[in-house]
Design a protein around this ligand. Structure first.
Ligand code: AMP
Ligand code: MN
Ligand code: MN
Ligand code: MN
Length: 284
């Protein structure tokens, strides 16, 4: 077996219109290829239905492709986490059923969010968000954010989260997603590797973050995103240290949602720091 190339231009986290991305799965693939990505995973939220189209497009252009998913998780006292599953079997019945169940709570949550937003003068948010949705089983806060920008109540998607949709903001609705243990088990049972997505994004202390890493590892989690879209070099080096300390494989993903909406484009991430085992050592 040849040595794993840790400098491979891998992008193992991004979204299409089957969740809250702006481009269709095939367009995501073609954009990644045009940006010189060498390995791509599509990781839509709680949804596998874009993978067949993405893989067909990847085969057509000659880009190596990994089937992925980003699972919504509730951890501890109302912390939402995201676990990326890489190399999963998209036909796995157990995973498909579990994700369908997870998605089934989204519509009700969206209606409740709309009711809360109505109380603060943002009217018609459910219908407004739906106009941005391609997959009716996957209404996300990102769709609400686009509507709120459209009606001029925030200047960009990020500000919507700061003022309206982030935790403890007026439009936030508490929701119970999968447990960490479930998410890791679903991915493992479907033949994949679990990755903690964008570990910097969670509003938890470093002490809690270490507890999360320990629990995740105990449940069988194997990797963390050392590189995620838009983080600075100091953050990357900090997560490289955690990867070494906890014995995690290192992943690299832009979390691209669409042109103009994401700080880092597909295939445009910095290189992994030295001395890490890339997660693609288990994928290619
Ligand atoms: P949901 O799964 O419905 O809770 O929506 C989560 C999605 O909202 C994430 O996947 C992002 O696309 C988006 N999001 C969450 N927080 C932010 C933020 N601070 N800035 C921009 N987008 C965000
Ligand atoms: Mn998203
Ligand atoms: Mn995420
Ligand atoms: Mn994501």
């Amino acid at each position: 077996m040849s040595a794993v190339n840790s400098k491979l231009n891998a992008d193992l986290h991004c979204h299409s219109t089957v969740s809250d991305g702006l481009l269709a799965p095939a367009e995501v693939v073609r954009r990644a290829y045009a940006h010189d990505a060498e390995l791509l995973a599509l990781t839509d939220h709680d949804e596998l239905s874009g993978l067949a189209e993405a893989r067909a497009a990847a085969d057509e252009v000659g880009l190596r492709f990994v089937d992925g998913v980003e699972i919504s998780v509730s951890w501890g006292n109302d912390t939402s986490l995201h676990i990326v599953g890489l190399g999963i079997d998209p036909a796995h019945a157990g995973l498909r059923e579990s994700l369908a169940y997870l998605r089934s709570g989204r519509d009700r949550r969206a209606r409740l969010m709309s009711e809360e937003l109505d109380k603060v003068g943002i009217h018609g948010a459910y219908e407004g968000a739906l106009r941005y949705v391609s997959n009716p089983s996957l209404v996300s806060r990102a769709h609400f954010a686009r509507y709120i920008v459209e009606i001029g109540r925030a200047r960009d998607v990020k500000s919507v989260f700061d003022y309206w949709l982030g935790k403890d903001k007026p439009g936030y609705v508490r929701h119970v997603w999968a447990s960490l243990e479930q998410a890791v088990a679903w991915v493992r049972n479907a033949g994949g590797v679990s990755v903690i997505a964008h570990p910097l994004r969670y509003k938890i202390s470093r002490q809690e973050l270490r507890r999360l890493f320990g629990e995740f590892r105990d449940f069988g989690g194997e990797a963390i995103e050392v590189l995620s879209g838009g983080q600075c070099e100091a953050d990357t080096l900090e997560f490289a240290r955690y990867a070494r300390e906890f014995g995690f494989l290192a992943s690299r993903g832009s979390d691209f949602h669409g042109p103009g909406e994401s700080r880092v484009d597909l295939g445009k991430l910095a290189a992994l720091p030295e001395g890490l085992t890339p997660v693609w050592s288990k994928l290619v």
